[in-house]
Design a protein. Sequence first.
Length: 203
Amino acid sequence: MPPAPGSLQPASGQPSGLKLPSKASKLLKLPALGLREKSGGFLQYMNTLRRRLKNQAGFNLIELMIVIAIIGLLIGVGAIAWGAMIRAGNETAAAQTLDRIRTYQAQYASRNRGRFATFDQLIQSAGLDDKFTGDRPVVNGYVFTMTLEEPSAARPASYRINADPQVPTGVNATGSRFFYTDSSLGTIKANESQPAKAEDPSI
C-alpha cells in the first residue's frame, strides 16, 4: 500500500523497524559526561585541600607549644629576678631599720637615765612603726629580736638587736643576709649564713 502523502519515509537501504540514536541524544550525553569529570576533579581538589589544612593545623600546634614553652621560660626567669629583687629590698629595709632603732635607743636613753627601751616603748615614745609590736616582730620578711640589759654597779645598760630573714633559703627566701647591732657599736654587722655577731664585718 503506498504511503500517505506527507509521511516520513525511511532512508533508502535501512529497514523501517530499526531506530538509530539521533544527534540530539548524543548532545544530551555530553554534559552528563562533563559533569562527572568535573565532579571527580572537585572531589580530588577537596581531598587535597583537606590534607593541606590538616598539615597546617599540625604546624600551628607545634608553634603554639613553642610559644607556651617560651612563655614558661620567661615566667621562670622573671620569677627568679623578682625574688632576688624582693630579697635585696628586704635586706636594705632591715639594715635601715636597725640603724633607725639605734637612733631611737640613743634618744630614749638620754631621757631615761641610760636605760634602753623595748619595741613597744619605742613605738610609744619614739615613733617606731606599729608593725614592731611584740617581742619578735616580723617586718618585711625579717624577724627582729632585741635583748635588754638593765644597768648595774658593774656595767651600764645595754641592748642587742638581731634581724634574721624569716625564710633564709630557697625560692621563697625573704633574705639571705643576717644583721646585728648593739649599744656598744656604731655600725651594723652582717653575716651571709648565720645570725650575725659583733665580730662579723660591718656593712
